[in-house]
Design a protein. Structure first.
Length: 139
């Protein structure tokens, strides 16, 4: 179970009041605020023609990312990437788990993000949610 700070709770409350979507988790970084919304609430979070997410971005004055939750780790990983994921292999050794995410070579840059921002967020969220590390593989 992840402990939420006062800032996390404040952001979640603000997001839910602006969008009507139920938030499962929130991660605040220097450059972005990431929300994991309940399965089925992604459309509500974005809103008609992106109206809700636009309001949220204006309110927070920084990048806002929204991903849909899933109890299934592989589906959760797929939900975090804007590029098609070819394959996910999970390796467990002793006390650690590593998910190897395979993407097309031409999608690697988008999967990593500028300065590694997207992959860092994906790693942090996967660690928080499933206690698993993430490695990106392109063939």
């Amino acid at each position: 179970m992840v402990e939420l700070s006062k800032d996390d709770i404040r952001c979640i409350t603000e997001f839910e009041s602006l969008t009507g979507a139920a938030v499962v988790d929130c991660l605040i970084t220097d450059s972005a605020v990431v929300f994991i919304v309940k399965k089925g609430d992604l459309g509500r979070a974005i809103g008609k023609k992106g109206a809700n997410i636009t309001r949220v971005r204006q309110k927070f004055a920084r990048q806002v990312l929204v991903f849909e939750d899933s109890e299934n780790m592989e589906q959760f990983i797929r939900n975090m990437f804007a590029v098609p994921v070819k394959n996910i292999n999970v390796h467990e050794k002793m006390e650690s788990k590593i998910a190897f995410v395979h993407v097309e070579p031409e999608d690697r840059g988008s999967a990593i993000g500028r300065g590694g921002s997207h992959i860092k967020l994906a790693r942090a969220l996967l660690q928080r949610r499933f206690g698993c590390d993430l490695r990106l593989v392109s063939e």
